[in-house]
Design a protein around this ligand. Sequence first.
Ligand code: GLU
Length: 486
Amino acid sequence: MASNRPVRVRFAPSPTGMLHIGGARTALFNWAFARSCGGKFILRIEDTDTARNTPESLQSILDSLRWLGLDWDEGPDCGGDFGSYYQSERLPSYQAAIARGLQEDWLYRCFASAEEIEVQRTLAREAKCNWRFDEASRNLNQADAAARAAAGDPFVLRFRMPMAEDITFQDHIRGTVTFASQGIEDWVAVRGNAMPTYNLVCALDDAAMEISHVIRGEEHLVNTPKQILIFRALGVPEPEFAHVPLILGKDGKKLSKRTGDTALGDYIRAGYAADALFNFLCLLGFSIDDKTEIFTREELLEAFTLKRISKSGAIFDTDKLAWMCGDYIRRMSLPELVSAVLPYCIEAGLVAQDASADEALQNMVGAFQERFHLYSEFPQQAAGLFGALPDWDDQARKALAGEGAALATSQLADILEKANWPPEDFKALVVTVAEDLEVGLGKVMKPVRAALTGTLGGPELERILQILGRERVLRRLRELPTAARS
Ligand code: GLU
């Protein structure tokens, strides 16, 4: 299977929507393979479906790939020796191949109408066999076919499949794969509107761009025998293939909206850390060894081999992803984390654009670093610490409306007002209040936390005092929600 060709791999998205999680993982494996063996990673835009392509989709695919930290050596934005990297600009090269296919007879004109073929398909189904071709068209000689075409008879071009031949290839992940040609119909290579179809142009481009390895999703396995026959017809070397397993939701079915977002953009917007998502995507079918889950890009590239990609479907476990993101967040340096959460704080209207150097924000992020998994969770969790008074949530309001809560908070405020700032032993002050009121410590702690933060969870109160500062602490302990004051 190993060949001596220079390694050239490609990711070939169609710009008809956002980058799917599966596409992102395919891109990542191609990138990792190229980077781990000194090869080239090529980005090719498969934009022949003019009705469904959009410039926004192309932009979002490029943005998503860059967000993941992938870079490419040749592509639509950076060019290269094998351009154009837009299929829509490669039509002349396809025309030349199509003319050759007709001349060499591996492509032929099929004049049967869609309705006629439907009838033939039904008959084949009734006879319990596959429809393979329209016999009259397949057997028409080239001169007659050309004459009919010249006279204006509508036609499509079909690929002439061998009558009975095994098409076998070695897949890096799946081992030996064989398709019998009897199971594959003479497929449409050029539509009636003269547009060549995916299987034809994909193989033509892989040949022209000297792609050495085609690494793509398992859903394309059925296309591989068709594309291999194109390489053989052209007389060019066949690339090696690696079909990566499907990504499944936690329910074991193909990943869908039901079991998790399927577009990378949704994860970007939700505030997942790019390095964590990168690491997580690697684990969808690949492993460095049997135990390592967290690894750097360098460690990945050291270890990457197609052999370690598994055959069986990979489960997209959103809980594990959240855990992994939390783990990455805990390892980040504070300045790094502050700049990562800043856009979410700005969006939530909590800070100004230039707040990254703000010491209070840094303190807050530091206090919450252990507690959030997504960047977007930080402003949600810490919202109560911004501004003069918090927006008390229901639980906090309930705690503050409880018996003795208002007294406990105001008594603590009185003690704090007279104490040094920051208090040397805050806990001891709270104990004093509890003893004085003859209640358990919790009866003071809970309303105090509620008053100070607007919620019941969060970092230890000593850190909260430091973040809020003396004036805000006193004000918050005294100015409770209306229900608590009455
Ligand atoms: N444009 C195809 C897709 O997005 C590429 C398939 C391939 O890698 O051959 O699925």
